[in-house]
Design a protein around this ligand. Sequence first.
Ligand SMILES: [Zn+2]
Length: 110
Amino acid sequence: MAYRNRDWPGKLDILRQERGYQCEVEYNGHRCYTKGELEFAHIKPSGLSGRSRGQSRRYYDIKKNPECYKLMCKYHHNKFDREYWRNLQKETENETSRTSSESDEVCISE
Ligand SMILES: [Zn+2]
């Protein structure tokens, strides 16, 4: 299942620019200085669930719920994702009636 990340290079790049092109993670009292490959990490549940949704949807979701995302370097994103999704899985283990499948629907108004 490969989403073509290159479909929306410009849009997500604009969002990166708005955030100063820098990893937003703070540790030991200072901010990560990485400015290399930055990705948007899903830090709170928003309309979108799952990591690898289409780029256009993600773009609108970030626009709509900027507080649900954080710009991270690859390293921090991977680290964060591992921990975050592991915890989330634990929390939702009890209500696993949800199908983890293609329920890709998300309401995008505006
Ligand atoms: Zn970082």
